[in-house]
Design a protein around this ligand. Structure first.
Ligand SMILES: Nc1ncnc2c1ncn2[C@@H]1O[C@H](COP(=O)(O)OP(=O)(O)OP(=O)(O)O)[C@@H](O)[C@H]1O
Ligand SMILES: O=P(O)(O)OC[C@H]1O[C@](O)(CO)[C@@H](O)[C@@H]1O
Ligand SMILES: [Mg+2]
Length: 340
């Protein structure tokens, strides 16, 4: 069978390990032929494809980014499913493996509804997909954030400053929660849990009173109780959404004004997405890749591979894209006992 593979949405450590897993198993076990789609859905509607022989994926499991490139170009406003079918037919491509987050998988579901043979692979550093226990990329992002916070703590202590760290997470606070717990943060602010400024100042003062340099971890999508809309710039991404970011700087100024404690902000940004994947993410991504090629071979169209416990399973794209996986309140409460 001739199969196209694409990566769409934000890149994520482990994408190349998925591609390698797909191609190696597909070649060795099923004798499939693969083509790569350049830059996500852009390449699919613009007919920008490259051969993907097994030699091309050699040694890739530890390489960050994606050899195929990615973008946020939507196929639905650039020719739609008719154009996708046309390109696939032209090259005798029978199936598509779409590797991406909730947006990419939503498009994959639309493709399935339109009769395109598609299987999804979940990726995102945000870990916000409800149908899988974990997405690859999350472990790496948390490790990078944790190491960064550990470093910020020592400079904070040297100057008796409060250190604020803004981490990614457009709609959910998984990275903030896990990196915050791992590094012993004195406050963790996430989109799911409204916190008032006075609660935050209380944690900062309490940490200072104990002779500690307070560390505050804030997810980019956080808003204070009673406020609406995350802090965002006036710039938009390739799909027209506002770029988030800036809450760390705002929180920094608020803390300094209210408490008098000298405070600095660090925004980790794309450092969390770049570089080599952790061993956990390499393993999960490789398993997802080999399972995805099994699903294609079994013609399980409209499904996505997922991690349930320690097993890789297949779930329907329709179920996988219906709701985001947010941080449950009790998990934040567990961490909050140690704040301040
Ligand atoms: N409802 C939709 N209708 C049409 N196109 C969509 C839709 N949702 C997403 N897309 C397209 O899919 C692309 C990928 O989605 P998105 O940008 O949200 O990334 P993702 O796959 O969710 O990954 P991540 O959010 O982790 O970066 C979008 O940029 C857009 O082009
Ligand atoms: O690639 P961009 O447009 O900077 O996207 C940033 C967004 O992508 C993610 O890294 C993954 O969804 C989010 O955490 C973040 O809001
Ligand atoms: Mg998305």
């Amino acid at each position: 069978m001739k199969i196209a593979v694409l990566t769409a949405g934000g890149d994520c450590p482990g994408l190349n390990a998925v591609i390698r897993g797909i191609v190696l198993k597909g070649d060795r076990i099923y004798d499939h032929e693969f083509v790569g789609v350049r830059d996500g859905f852009r390449g699919l509607v613009e007919d920008d494809l490259v051969p993907l022989p097994r030699q091309r994926v050699r040694g890739l499991s530890k390489v960050g980014g994606t050899i195929l490139g990615t973008s946020r170009v939507s196929p639905m406003t650039n020719g739609g499913t008719d154009r996708v079918k046309e390109v696939m037919d032209k090259h005798d491509i029978e199936a598509l493996i779409a590797i991406g987050g909730e947006g990419t998988l939503t498009v994959a579901r639309m493709f399935h509804d339109a009769g395109i043979n598609v299987v999804g692979v979940p990726k995102t550093i945000d870990n916000d997909l409800s149908a899988t226990d974990r997405t690859f990329g999350f472990d790496t992002a948390v490790s990078v954030a944790t190491e960064s916070i550990d470093r910020l703590r020592t400079t904070g202590e040297a100057h008796s400053r409060c250190m604020v760290v803004e981490v990614m997470g457009r709609n959910v606070g998984w990275i903030a929660l896990h990196a915050g717990i791992a590094s012993g943060a004195h406050a963790i602010l996430i989109p799911e849990v409204p916190v008032t400024p006075s609660q935050l100042f209380g944690w900062v003062r309490h940490a200072m009173d104990r002779g500690r340099a307070p560390v505050v971890v804030v997810a980019e999508g956080f808003t204070f109780a009673g406020e609406e809309g995350a802090v965002a710039s006036d710039r938009t991404d390739g799909f027209g959404r506002q770029l988030l970011g800036g809450i760390g700087e705002r929180v920094t100024r608020m803390i300094e004004e209210a408490t008098g404690v000298e405070t600095r902000n660090t925004t980790l940004g794309h450092l969390q997405r770049g570089g080599v994947p952790s061993s956990y993410d390499r393993v999960l991504a490789t398993r997802f890749g080999t399972a995805a090629v099994d699903a294609v071979s079994d013609r399980m169209w409209g499904t996505m591979v997922a991690l349930h416990g320690i097993d890789i399973v297949n779930v329907r794209l329709r179920d996988a894209t219906s709701a985001l996986k947010v941080v449950p309140r009790d998990q934040w409460d567990e961490a909050a006992i140690l704040f301040g």
